[in-house]
Unconditional design. Structure first.
Length: 102
């Protein structure tokens, strides 16, 4: 039996793992759901409404930002967050496609 040839683009694998890691945390999912309900919202409103510490919220938002799942817009001293729905939909579709193959 011939073994399948495995070729993986390391950069794409790293990017994919960052996205999945960002989505795999329940608190980050809660933050994404809250942003989704508000379209665009500043970090103060996120941590005050969800009763989180500011530093914890900022750490989770940083992970979501690095993964490309949220985008930011500065308005004076405030940073507003919005979901990058294209990136999020691509991730969800990829996971769904992977799970359908089993």
């Amino acid at each position: 039996m011939r073994k399948a040839r495995v070729t993986i683009n390391g950069e794409k694998l790293h990017t994919s793992s960052e996205i999945l890691r960002a989505l795999a945390h329940p608190l980050r999912m809660q933050i994404l759901e809250f942003i989704d309900q508000n379209e665009m919202i500043n970090v103060n409103k996120i941590y005050n409404t969800l009763n989180l510490e500011q530093s914890i919220t900022s750490q989770h938002l940083r992970i979501l930002r690095i993964a490309g799942l949220v985008v930011t817009e500065r308005d004076g001293k405030f940073i507003h967050y919005a979901i990058d729905y294209s990136k999020l939909n691509n991730a969800v579709n990829a996971v769904d496609a992977f799970l359908e193959e089993e």
